[in-house]
Design a protein around this ligand. Structure first.
Ligand SMILES: CC(C)(COP(=O)(O)OP(=O)(O)OC[C@H]1O[C@@H](n2cnc3c(N)ncnc32)[C@H](O)[C@@H]1OP(=O)(O)O)[C@@H](O)C(=O)NCCC(=O)NCCS
Length: 215
């Protein structure tokens, strides 16, 4: 459940029209950049406000979908979907919720809205990468060769890694980029099929194409 004081805006629809929901006040991109910088301050993220601002502009220009949560303070959360594989797949990137609004369901809600938008766009799968740079999973801090897939299939959360958050939302571990962020710092790849979301949202892509129904 989304807190009562939080509103959601599909901002790239606002920018490109037709907008669903009201458009946010000017100045929100700067707030969104501050949020990205606060959430991902490392060198592999957005160590400067300038880099975070450039990412927001890139997302506005290129993302298939960009959804922002607003509260009385300003931007409370953001999620984006990047088109991939000729539109069959969206990559979830980025996902961030302001520190003082975490644990209130905003992150999960943003993810599920992104899934609904993807389903409407006839996307089959959402993918994402979630780094383990500080040994929060059973594969962190060590070389995973040989036997990468064996280790991956037995992956465990050992210190509050986000893959547990995504797993609860229906994402499965479907791959890994070994040493993506340096030795022992792997990027864990996760995916979710949107078949169930498509059915729940009443969007049966196959029947729309005249093929046998999936739901
Ligand atoms: C990850 C993030 C977006 C979650 O947003 P949120 O609004 O706090 O999420 P929700 O309130 O919907 O949380 C849902 C559940 O996930 C849990 N959760 C949140 N972060 C978690 C983590 N790092 N590891 C495991 N579980 C986590 C919450 O405790 C909650 O569980 P509960 O329902 O049993 O209480 C937020 O913590 C954040 O912005 N983190 C920093 C940026 C980041 O890491 N983004 C993801 C990059 S891949």
């Amino acid at each position: 459940m989304l807190p009562n004081d939080v509103t959601i805006v599909l901002v790239n629809a606002c920018e490109k029209g037709p907008a669903r929901g009201r458009c946010p006040a000017p100045g929100w991109p700067e707030q969104a950049a501050l949020l990205l910088q606060a959430c991902f301050p490392g060198e592999d993220g957005y160590p400067t406000l300038e880099r975070a601002g450039a990412e927001i502009q890139d997302l506005l220009a290129d993302a298939a979908c960009l959804i922002v949560a607003f509260d009385g303070v300003g931007v409370a959360g953001i999620v984006g979907g990047l088109e991939s594989y000729h539109g069959h797949v969206w990559e979830l990137h980025p996902l961030a919720v302001r520190a003082d609004r975490r644990g209130q369901g905003i992150g999960s809600h943003l993810v599920s809205l992104l899934e609904e938008e993807a389903a409407r766009a006839r996307v089959g799968t959402i993918i994402l990468g979630t780094d383990d740079t500080d040994e929060r999973t059973s594969i962190g801090g060590t070389s995973i060769f040989p036997g990468v897939l064996q280790r991956l299939s037995a992956i465990r959360d050992t210190g509050g890694h986000l893959f547990a958050f995504y797993r609860r939302l229906g994402y499965e571990v479907t791959g890994v980029v070994p040493d993506a962020n340096g030795p022992g710092k792997h990027d864990i790849l996760m995916s979710k099929s949107l078949n169930a979301v498509i059915c729940q949202a009443g969007i049966d892509q196959r029947s729309q194409r005249g093929e046998p129904r999936t739901c």
